[in-house]
Design a protein around this ligand. Structure first.
Ligand SMILES: O=C(O)CCC(=O)C(=O)O
Length: 276
């Protein structure tokens, strides 16, 4: 049997038309368990203090160095709604963390094994990448009751290369559905190019264009099972809603760029790692 990442012509056509693709049962139950268990250990070892809040609504995390330094380490970010009026966590730290990132692929053996597996490598061969490199990795919790929304965006806005080359990989580590905050995407939206870019300069970060209003009727839910992988074109408009349900929705997200001809110094590459 060909590796799970080796795409058929039909899958490539679907990806080209829609800008996303779901690869069912990409990861085994053992692989998923290994990553979930490892994250439990990492959270156990987290002191609960050295962290920032992550919010895609106001991008407050991008206003301090903690976020940018996290490209080189394993940092913890809290949910916006994790804190009470007294400034203390309302629940245990393991139910308060929004995500952990962004160098899990580089620094942690369990996440490294997945990120550089033969399946991932064959996926990027199928997508005709010449020198694919993982530029960031994050474990997203989408906590029960408080899991924050992720507003509509394109990954190329944040991980810009010339020409654009980012592909997102989103591995479900639990079943994801409309109730617990699955991904939603506008099929075909990747055909319209990049809407806006995040610019980082001496004044901090800003966007070159405002975020347009999208018609929610254009989004389709990407409901998936644990172990399924969603492949996301860098120009695909996607989002996820708040998780108000009592069930978490863990996922691992990797972003991969092609370093062969694309990189023009716009993003910090020193912590990207090539997929052989
Ligand atoms: O997990 C989510 O809800 C959103 C993740 C996402 O948009 C991404 O990884 O690009």
């Amino acid at each position: 049997m060909p590796p799970a990442g080796s795409l058929t012509d039909e899958q490539l056509r679907f990806f080209d038309t829609n800008g996303y693709l779901v690869l069912e049962s990409f990861s085994s139950a053992e692989e998923v368990k290994a990553m979930r268990d490892r994250m439990t250990e990492l959270v156990d070892g987290f002191d609960g203090a050295s962290a920032a809040i992550f919010s895609t609504k106001d991008h407050r995390h991008a206003k301090n160095d903690f976020f940018f330094k996290s490209a080189e380490n394993i940092s913890f970010f809290f949910e916006e709604k994790a804190f009470g009026d007294d400034g203390c966590l309302k629940q245990a730290k393991e139910l308060s963390i929004n995500k952990v990132g962004h160098a899990l692929h580089e620094l942690d053996p369990v996440f490294k094994k997945f990120s550089f597996s033969a399946n991932i490598s064959s996926l990027f061969s199928s997508l005709s990448y010449k020198r694919p490199a993982v530029i960031q990795s994050m474990y997203i919790f989408k906590q029960p009751g408080i899991g924050g929304e992720v507003v509509p965006h394109q990954d190329n806005t944040f991980l810009y290369t010339e020409p654009p080359s980012c592909t997102g990989l989103w591995l479900a580590l639990e079943d994801a559905n409309k109730t617990n905050g699955c991904l939603w995407a506008i099929p075909g939206s990747h055909k319209n190019g990049i809407i806006r870019r995040m610019i980082r300069d001496e004044n901090g970060t800003h966007f070159d264009n405002p975020l347009p209003t999208f018609d929610q009727k254009d989004f389709v839910p990407l409901e998936v099972k644990s172990g399924d992988l969603v492949v996301i074109h860098g120009d695909l408009v996607h989002q996820s809603f708040e998780n108000l349900s009592p069930v978490s929705r863990h996922a691992l997200s990797l972003h991969v760029i092609d370093t062969e001809e694309c990189y023009k110094g716009k993003i910090h590459l020193s912590h990207s790692m090539e997929i052989s």
